[in-house]
Design a protein around this ligand. Sequence first.
Ligand SMILES: C[S@@+](CC[C@H](N)C(=O)[O-])C[C@H]1O[C@@H](n2cnc3c(N)ncnc32)[C@H](O)[C@@H]1O
Length: 245
Amino acid sequence: MSNREQTRPVALEAYDSMAEAYAAAIEENPRSIYYERPAMLGLLPEVSGRRILDAGCGPGVVMGWLAARGADVVGVDASANMLRFARQRLGETAVLHEADLEQPMPFLADSSFDVVLSSGTLGYVRDWLALFREFHRVLRSPGCVVFSVGHPCSDYTLNDTDDYFSTELRKYTWRGLGAPIVVPCYRRPFSHMIDPIVRAGFSVERMVEPVPTEEFAEVKPEEYAQLIRRPRVLCMRARKAANAV
Ligand SMILES: C[S@@+](CC[C@H](N)C(=O)[O-])C[C@H]1O[C@@H](n2cnc3c(N)ncnc32)[C@H](O)[C@@H]1O
C-alpha cells in the first residue's frame, strides 16, 4: 500500500482525545519549556517579517511565540480539537489548516514560506521523503526546515525491538495528562531521517542533541539527572539549496 493513499493519521485519535489536557499543560511542561523548545527555537533564523509554516502546530503555542516576534505564521494540524485550542489562543485571523502531513498540501502555494518549523510532530509521519519534498516545494530558496523529533538512540533503546534498521510503528502510553492514553508513533533509525531529507533536496546545516536547562533541575531533579546523560530529543535545521527552484 502506498503511503500517499488516504489513511487516517496514526495519532489522530489520541491527539483529538487529549487536546484539552495537552493545551492546558503544554505551556508549563518542563520538557517543553526547559528542554526541547529552547534548543529548537535556537535553530531558527531571525523570524521578524518571515513567513513561517508550523507543521503540526497543535494548540498553537509556538505559533503565538512566533507571531509575537513579528512572523507571519500559518498552522497545519490533523486534529480538529487541537486546532480549536489554537484558534482560541491566536484569534479569528490566524490561518489554520486541518490537514494530514502524510498527504500533499495543495492549499499551500509553491515557494511561499521562508521557514517550515515542526515541533514534536514528525514522529507521527511515516513517509518523510514525500513530506520533505512537500516542504521543499513550499519553501522559498534558501529557506529552511527546523524540527524536533524523538532521538533515534533513545527511541531504539526504550523500545522492545530487535531490528534497529526498520521504521516501525510503536505504541507509547502517556500518563502525564490524566487517564493513560496510547499514542502510536514511528520509531526509525537515524539513516531513515537523514536520507529522505537529503534526497528531497536539503542539506543538514545544524543538529542539536539538547540537554535540559538549569531551571529543569529545580522543578524536576530526577528527570533532569536522566536527561543530562541520556538523549531523548534531536533537533535539526535543514536548508533548501540556494539555487533550487
Ligand atoms: C506533540 S504534539 C506537538 C504540537 C505542537 N507542535 C507543540 O509543540 O505543542 C504533535 C501534534 O502533531 C499533530 N499530528 C500528528 N500526526 C499528524 C499528521 N499526520 N498530520 C498533521 N498533524 C499531525 C497532532 O495532532 C499534534 O497536535
